[in-house]
Design a protein around this ligand. Sequence first.
Ligand SMILES: [Ca+2]
Length: 73
Amino acid sequence: MKTQILRLASVVLAAALLALAFTAAPAAAFRDRDCSDFSTQAQAQRFYKKHHPRRDPHRLDADRDGLACEDLP
Ligand SMILES: [Ca+2]
């Protein structure tokens, strides 16, 4: 009986850890960047060009003219 409870507890714990790993993973893989994360436009532009400029997942180019964070110096 005691071993059955222990076995059940370990299965529940494993399932919980697995669920946590799956929900935590995407957040760690994608860290959203904003223009305020860069100090110069050139720096933002380099990052923008490296990270799917057509999809612009970080939305650094709101007006879609190919230039990221125009307001930066
Ligand atoms: Ca732009």
